[in-house]
Ligand binder design. Structure first.
Ligand code: PMP
Ligand code: GLN
Length: 382
């Protein structure tokens, strides 16, 4: 018998629900991915670079032309000048970036604070490094940080805190004031941060993303992670990056070079071309996704689900207690998928201990108008 290093890990909810959607023919609003393609010029650029022979390893830290574009975008969006050679590392997906950051810093016996509900890759990555997650629930109903609980969770063993804004699954945003409050809380400690900002450009109603990159004091101890998958509608490309001060980047790279060594070369070439040709892509994303969110929410207004519009991400939470209060959210997701033809994600799976009576499911609205209309029509009949 193998003694598992991850005895509590099974198949992820994303795989489970997407498989069930396929088996049942349900509209898949569960796993987060668009049902439309990324920009045509970007996809054509991949073909071009594959045919042009850009098919061998890229540098371990990432293609210089792409790191240069990322540095420009960071200067434009957050006003920070980062050194593309010392501070930016391109990775095969944000997931690998987070994994490498955690492996680089977390030692056996260390504690890592995660704010529940949290993304499912954090805890196994901490555990493989020999650390332990300390789960601090976000405050309902708006999924904001409960400062007292966070302060109470800090200990001499706290090595790192993982932030995620815009937040999956709730869509909540951290404000500049909250970053300031966090800075005050950990000032004088040697606690590091992983700031998962993969949805940095999916932010609505005129809000601005409060990036750790724009916060001098927090950035000095942070790994800031992003994903091209979200920004360019190409989740299957699994290409992301991490920005961190030189000393932290150096430690992360020691891990990254033996996990993946480098990202996929022709994708990096294509992304570099596209970012140079179309820097406005990221500025157009809020309006693009806000229109989808609003269409979906307007249609869902005719249903018995209740919700507050998501401030960010491409996820919309909805409370179903007026429909089937007798079902927990996993049962509800299965029931909606099997009986009503719309696959969703239960929110409780992102918690260590879900709040009693939580009746929330997550819908992904990164879908064509036609898909959203068909799904909403079904949901209005529930
Ligand atoms: N963090 C969060 C919060 C996510 O939702 C995702 C999307 N799967 C990731 C990280 C991972 O991104 P990637 O697909 O680039 O690894
Ligand atoms: N980030 C995606 C989500 O939250 C799923 C990614 C995955 O399947 N690993 O739906």
């Amino acid at each position: 018998m193998i003694q598992s290093k991850l005895p509590n890990v099974g198949t992820t909810i994303f795989t489970t629900m997407s498989q069930l959607a396929v088996q049942t023919g349900a509209i898949n609003l569960s796993q987060g991915f668009p049902d439309f393609d990324g920009p045509q010029a970007l996809r054509e650029a991949v073909g071009h670079h594959v045919m042009a022979g850009h098919n061998q390893y890229s540098p371990m830290t990432g293609l210089p032309a792409l790191r240069e574009q990322i540095a420009r975008k960071i200067a434009r969006s957050y006003g920070r000048q980062v050194d593309m050679d010392e501070e930016i590392t391109i990775t095969p997906g944000a997931t690998e970036a987070i994994f490498c950051a955690l492996q680089a810093l977390v030692r056996p016996g260390d504690e890592v604070i995660v704010l529940d509900p949290c993304y499912d890759s954090y805890e196994p990555s901490v555990e493989l490094a020999g650390g332990r997650c300390v789960h601090v629930p976000l405050a309902l109903p708006d999924f904001s940080i409960d400062w007292q609980r966070l302060a109470d969770a800090l200990s001499p063993r706290t090595r790192l805190i993982i932030l995620n804004s815009p937040h999956n699954p709730s869509g909540a945003l951290l404000s500049r004031d909250e970053l300031e409050q966090l800075a005050r809380l950990i000032r004088g400690s040697d606690i590091y941060l992983v700031s998962d900002e993969v949805y940095e450009h999916l932010i609505y109603d005129g809000a601005r993303h409060a990036s750790v990159l724009a916060h001098e004091e927090l950035y000095a101890r942070a790994f800031v992670v992003s994903s091209f998958g979200k920004t360019y509608h190409v989740t299957g490309w699994k290409t992301g990056y991490v920005v961190a001060p030189p000393a932290l980047s150096a430690e992360l790279r020691k891990v990254h070079q033996f996990v993946a060594f480098c990202g996929v070369s022709p994708l990096q070439w294509a992304l570099a071309d596209y970012m140079a040709a179309c820097p406005e892509h990221v500025d157009e994303l809020p309006a693009f996704y806000q229109a989808k969110r609003d269409l979906f929410c307007d249609l869902l207004a005719g249903s018995r689900f209740t919700f507050t519009r998501a401030p960010g991400t491409y996820f919309q939470l909805a409370d179903y207690s007026a429909i089937r209060d007798d079902l927990d959210d996993v049962e509800m997701s299965l029931w909606l998928t099997r009986e009503h033809g719309v696959a969703t994600i239960p929110v409780s799976v992102f918690y260590q201990s879900p709040p009693a009576g939580l009746r929330l499911v997550r819908f992904c609205f990164a879908k064509r108008e036609e898909t959203l209309r068909q799904a909403a029509e079904k949901l209005c009949r529930v």
